[in-house]
Design a protein around this ligand. Structure first.
Ligand code: BGC
Length: 372
């Protein structure tokens, strides 16, 4: 009799434990068995997963140095941490990226890191991944209009834009004497959620100077949609710059250009040189090797360092927390992506000009080497 009582007590306690565990486990959102559903029988794992689990990384393209560095660093660092890494890039094509994420799900990934080609085109594949119990971390770019996202690691994109706008103003004052200054504005790829944010941040600094006449956008093209560069394609930026110069500056000097990244800055500088202009003051982003040299030579005025190794290590730190069953760490801030509040792990971007270049790259022997 007593024994029976103990057995029933044991069953009740076990049932409660199973229910509690199911409550704090990230359970699939539908009732179909999922290949990646957390293993609810291995009680001590909690939310975690094996140390040699598959981790997928879906990058948008390798067209700028930061993404090529990320490709390399994710492969090396995920494997060094013991994970099985699937690192792919989509050559800027949305369907390719959707298929790559789909195959990461099928291959049993426990975490998928995504730098989206188009911030708003991954909704359903990421919701499918989330329903399978996979964690999804946005990398460098926000992922919009989906609930399938657990957090984003990035350098603050509005702040980056503010720094670009301020660097342009500082450079104009330092290199072009008293205003008014003739400038033009460039934006990045419209599918990338960073691009409108960079532009917005920059315009928050430039607009008051446009309003008080210190700065003049000679073409009058000052909306993001007029200034964006499809697919972040440098050659398209160069074509637009050629036509701005021939259309508006045939007998006028251009003093400065807001450039959203280094590739576009170099395209703008090249077009200006070919048109026989004095070097315009330019902003930039990424501290690409070529630009690090151009800044040292005085050809590009500024860039912004957002070191890839910092972004990759922060992402891997989060993956390790998930693996250990500790969930997503506390984010620094959050943004609404259209469907939910997304935690942002925000890193600080740094303006680099010739003045602080050695200091900025003091811990980056590869870039320091270029300053000769
Ligand atoms: C990244 C930049 C990069 C650009 C084009 C942006 O989302 O933040 O570092 O230059 O994409 O690849």
């Amino acid at each position: 009799m007593k024994m029976k009582k103990y057995v029933s007590l044991f069953i009740v306690v076990s049932l409660i434990m199973v229910m509690l565990q199911a409550g704090c486990t990230r359970a699939p959102e539908n009732s179909e068995p999922q290949p990646n559903a957390p293993d609810e029988t291995s009680d001590l794992d909690g939310d975690g997963f094996p140390e040699d689990a598959v981790v997928g990384v879906a990058l948008p393209w390798l067209g700028t140095q930061n993404w090529a560095e990320a490709d390399e660093m994710f492969k090396t660092q995920l494997e060094a941490a013991g994970f099985e890494a699937i690192v792919q890039h989509a050559d800027n094509k949305v369907p390719t990226q959707q298929q790559q994420i789909e195959s990461m799900i099928q291959n049993g990934a426990k975490v998928i890191v995504v730098g989206p080609v188009d911030g708003s085109q991954l909704g359903s594949v990421l919701e499918e991944a989330a329903a399978a119990g996979i964690y999804i971390i946005g990398y460098d770019r926000l992922i919009e209009n989906t609930t399938g996202i657990d957090g984003v690691v990035q350098f603050d994109s509005i702040k980056t834009g503010e720094l670009q706008g301020q660097a342009l103003l500082d450079g104009l004052a330092a290199k072009k004497g008293e205003g008014p200054y003739n400038i033009e504005l460039f934006g990045g790829g419209p599918a990338d959620p960073n691009a409108p944010n960079f532009f917005k941040g920059a315009m928050s600094v430039l607009q008051p100077k446009i309003d008080d006449g210190t700065v003049v956008v000679v073409s009058g093209q000052n909306e993001f949609t007029q200034c964006a560069t499809l697919d972040w394609d440098n050659s398209k930026a160069q074509v637009r710059m050629d036509s701005l110069l021939s259309g508006f500056y045939s007998d006028m000097e251009i003093h400065g250009v807001l450039c959203p990244n280094d590739g576009i800055a170099r395209a703008v500088i090249t077009a200006s040189e070919q048109a026989g202009q004095q070097l315009p003051v330019t902003s930039g982003l990424d501290a690409e090797n070529e630009t690090v040299k151009w800044i040292w030579e005085g050809r590009q005025y500024s860039t912004i360092a957002k070191p890839t190794d910092t972004l990759v290590s922060k992402t891997i730190e989060i993956i390790k927390s998930l693996q250990a069953g500790n969930g997503m760490p506390e984010p620094d801030t959050s943004v609404n992506n259209g469907k939910k509040e997304v935690g942002i792990y925000a890193l600080p971007p740094l303006v680099v000009t010739k003045e602080n270049e050695k200091e900025a790259f003091a811990n980056d022997p590869g870039r320091l080497e270029l300053l000769k």
